[in-house]
Design a protein around this ligand. Structure first.
Ligand SMILES: *Cc1c(COP(=O)(O)O)cnc(C)c1O
Length: 424
């Protein structure tokens, strides 16, 4: 069972059926807490001398199976799941950073992440420099003595620019800074950033992994590749006031970060995933490899077809011949380019709103990665808080329409787009 391919791991890893009464499906351990054998046992588990479950805010058997499975597929040494992708991202930053620290981030980011970095963390005196990721040396120019993380999205949402993870990872390594990659849009079925040098991988499980639009979740996977002992990260090499004076690097070695993320991140910020949602996300993960192939095929066909339409001014999809960074698409997404397509109409902003109001199969909502096809006009919704300048730097032009292509018959999707175009 150790040497399974990733698509088989998505079905099996982490579930030891002899420990769950032979249940073929992963059971939902819907409990808040766990009975200790006696007070000595309780003391040892609390003191981290013995592995064991304490309280579901920290760990839970259903969640553990999801964590093991995702860690194994991404090639990590450990994972922690959270209640949402956003809880994952904010807890990662709050675990890694303190007042005075600095992040270098790509400017092509999910709107919520952009807001955490641009507005919320500065309130705690944590600053971010946003750089154009098209040239990896921009990351290097922005690094200063206080820089503690480089943050990128493998495939920017919604700009759909692919970042040269390997080159950015060289910059990170040269400067002893961990590289964090949000891999939500490709999903682990199309891209494994750890292979290209990522130290920490993040997913919103809400999207393609859960895949059915029913449960929020997030995960952090630790590659175990980062050396925390360079002097830049004293919280890992000096006694932790927050947990009985333990030294994370001494006690956990390569797993220092993922251990701190659970022990302090979940304890203090409390963004634990509900075991029932973990169960729903596991159902999604089991079919991820089959679904993402169909999402990708449908999206490529729709993108090509849109390019042939008179009303359409431009289309961006990493599988298209017209895609700007074709060499990066070939390198990082050779077996499919996921389900997100963006395009603009010759009629601009007004036409984009009208089109978005007219689709019948495509649901107007703020999500991606559902089995069903979705549509949104970011400039008037998810990105409306941004200034026009910020909208441009995050890749959200005023005419941009974002489609998340579902698993429907592609003919039905084309018919729906045609009828919406005829309404313009
Ligand atoms: C949706 C999304 C998030 C946030 O995840 P939630 O589960 O909605 O909190 C983060 N990053 C990317 C790329 C996303 O698409």
């Amino acid at each position: 069972m150790q040497n399974l391919k990733n698509n088989s791991k998505a079905l099996h890893t982490g579930h030891i059926t002899t420990l769950t009464e032979g249940t073929r499906a992963v059971p939902i351990y819907q409990t808040t807490s766990y009975i200790f054998n006696n007070t000595d046992h309780a003391a040892d588990v609390f003191a981290l001398k013995e592995d064991g479950y304490i309280y579901t805010r920290l760990n839970n058997p259903t969640n553990s199976i999801l964590e093991n499975r995702l860690s194994s597929i991404e090639g990590g040494i450990g994972a922690v799941v959270f209640a949402s992708g956003t809880a994952t991202i904010s807890t990662t930053f709050l675990t890694l950073l303190k007042a005075g620290d600095h992040i270098v981030a790509s400017n092509s980011l999910y709107g919520g992440t952009y807001n955490i970095l641009n507005v919320t963390l500065p309130r705690f005196n944590i600053a971010t420099s946003f750089v154009d990721p098209a040239d990896p040396s921009n990351f290097e120019y922005a690094i200063n003595d206080n820089t503690k993380a480089i943050f990128i999205e493998a495939l920017g949402n919604p700009k759909l620019d692919i970042i040269d993870i390997e080159k950015v990872s060289c910059v990170a390594k040269r400067n002893n800074i961990p590289l964090i990659v949000d891999n939500t849009v490709p999903s682990p079925a199309l891209l494994n950033p750890i292979k290209f040098g990522a130290d920490i991988v993040i997913h919103s499980l809400t999207k393609f992994i859960g895949g059915h639009g029913n449960s929020l979740g997030g995960v952090v996977i630790d590659a175990g590749s980062f050396d925390w002992t360079s002097g830049r990260f004293p919280e890992f090499t000096e006694p932790s006031e927050g947990y009985q004076g333990i030294v994370y690097d001494e006690l956990f070695g390569k797993a220092a970060f993922i251990a701190k993320l659970r022990i302090e991140g979940l304890r203090d910020y409390g963004g634990a995933l509900s075991p029932t949602n973990a169960f729903h996300i596991i159902q999604g993960l089991e079919t991820l490899y089959v679904r993402i192939k169909r999402h990708s095929e449908n999206a490529l066909e729709i993108a090509r077809w849109l390019e042939s339409k008179n009303e359409v001014a431009w289309v961006v999809y990493p599988g298209l011949d017209s895609y700007k960074h074709k060499n990066l698409a070939r390198k990082y997404l050779p077996s499919g380019q996921s389900g997100i397509v963006t395009f603009g109409l010759t009629g601009g902003f007004d036409a984009a709103k009208k089109f978005t109001d007219s689709t019948k199969i495509f649901s107007l909502l703020a999500n991606i990665g559902d089995t069903k096809s979705l549509i949104i006009h970011p400039a008037s919704t998810t990105h409306q808080q941004l200034t026009e300048e910020q909208q441009v730097s995050t890749g959200v032009t005023r005419d941009l329409i974002r489609l998340s292509i579902g698993l429907e018959d592609v003919t039905d999707l084309k018919n729906d787009i045609n009828q919406a175009l005829s309404n313009l």
